[in-house]
Design a protein around this ligand. Sequence first.
Ligand code: 5U1
Length: 672
Amino acid sequence: MSNAKQAKQRAAELRTQINHHNHRYYVLNDPEIPDVEYDRLLRELEQIEAQYPDLITNDSPTQRVGAAPLAAFASVRHALPMLSLSNAFSSEELQAFDRRACEKLGVEKIRYSAEPKLDGLAISLLYEDGLLVRGATRGDGNTGEDVSQNVRTIASVPLRLLGENYPRRLEIRGEVILSRRGFEDLNRRQRELNAKTFANPRNAAAGSLRQLDSRVTAARPLELYCYGVGIVEGIELPPSHSEILEQVRAWGLRVSPEVRVVEGWQGCLDYYEDMLSRREQLPYEVDGVVYKVDRNDQQQQLGFVSRAPRWALAHKFPAQEEVTRVLAIDIQVGRTGAVTPVARLQPVSVGGVTVTNATLHNQDEIDRKDIRIGDTVIVRRAGDVIPEVVSVVLSERPDGAEKFKMPDKCPVCASHIVRLDGEVVARCSGGLYCAAQRREAIKHFASRRAMDIEGLGDKLVEQMDERGFIHDLSDLYHLDKQQIASLERMGEKSAQNLLDGFDKSKETTLPRFIFALGIRMVGEATAHSLATYFGTLEAIAAADKEALQAVPDVGPIVAESVYRFFREQHNRDVIARLRQAGVHWPRVRPSPKPIDHPLSGKKIVLTGTLESMTRDQAKARLQALGAKVSGSVSVKTDYIVAGEDAGSKLEKARQLGVATLDEQAFLRLLDA
Ligand code: 5U1
């Protein structure tokens, strides 16, 4: 067989395999192969198609990445109008609907197909000879927009139907949605990019699908759930809605796993109650349930009223958005110093839960939504997500309401609030002093790689803080034995052991001490670089941003963080008190020039037991040479130092082709 022929055959095989695995992964949530294997198949197909572009077909899974932007969407006239649904807001309305339907059909009881009503954007997908040829929005029900390029990027939309017995022409109808997780991820990314966030998953789904640039759509985690069919040509459909949905599933499309067949209005109501009770656990937002008379012949008998079928009803859940007023905007300081504005609201019941607060995230978000104290706002509470202010009702704004500006001092400790370049979160800079950050600061300070205070575990820190023993870090070294012995599960002896631990920790090293201060963005390696570059804490504290940036590995953001930390008088006071309490370290000879050693700048992983030194000693020597010591192996690792009994890390390093050093080779290189 010629090469081109072989490539054609292999491309067809790969397409079938990948489409099959796509279905397993995105539609059934039940993958058969690991992600790496899937990626390998896709890469192989991409390579073949790059070599033989003629082999690219419309249903190729490589064609989901989006295409060049459109100037506008073309209009699509729906051959069968996309109808809307009548709504019910109470069980009485449901019973009335059922009674009318029973009377018209002349039956005692009706069998319904019940399903969740997803909150997204209605879509029509047209398949011809099994191939996706068009995707269109509902629009006004008669005319929608051609969003074919965008629809193709949705992983759960099959580009080709599965099986053999599909109709010549088939129109599938469903809802394009964003899951809760997808919505939160998208809004988080938008915030990080300082871009507009979406008010709710529905708006986010609509905004993502109606993009003229389908590459934007491709980057949004849209999903499709199908709930019915439109035009069908060439085969006879099964005689009921529930069986049609089964058939739709068999063609490879995703149908909600929550579809149930129920009997009479009572069966509908039981279904409603069940879904309502599980509403918050579902992976996507549901704004109600839909009941459809299951038998096709009965549907036909019932017909339509204006634009809605008489055989279907949407039974709505309580709303997740309500209107209330912003009474105040408070500032919360988290355990890591993150400063978050929070709206205090006139209490309002949203979906059965009283909401009194809503997060405002940060100053940018407040500015974008222009939220002011006294404003009437729409709040939204969905799932276990913290309530949010969606928008302001501007027409209700009281006279004189002023723009809100975040304070520049921490409301807990009065230290400066700092926002580093590129970060959306503002933070209190009084890390050593601020009561809101105290527990985490002490836990970090005491940890093994920092001051290594033996016996001071997290539980003890929490007790000490609760009892008010510690106001800032330096108080640790002034605790007396009686105080310690009064804590839970502490006696005379363990109190003495802890005091010994405090004493022992006073003898430390400059890198450890700098690391222990918990300066944002300063990990062990940076602490080490700062110490070896400047030699003294005074020099680091006095350095301006430019001087700090001269340190290897210190860029503008880290320099800003270190600079701001030492500009905060509260932090300097705590450091002075720690030194007065006896914390000290040996002199460090400053080496402002970059170290010229074969290991400097290299990324190294230590594994197994070395005979000649402990892991910490090896690490210290490497760091002194300007090497970076990491806990995990990756393609970026330069060397793995393997002592006795090295295990899985060594295995992984070998798989990745990372150079291995045994102890002898390591020692030789250290001395090089
Ligand atoms: N789940 C579901 N949503 N939804 C919307 N089913 C469903 N059916 C619809 C609509 C507009 O319409 C048909 C009953 C015509």
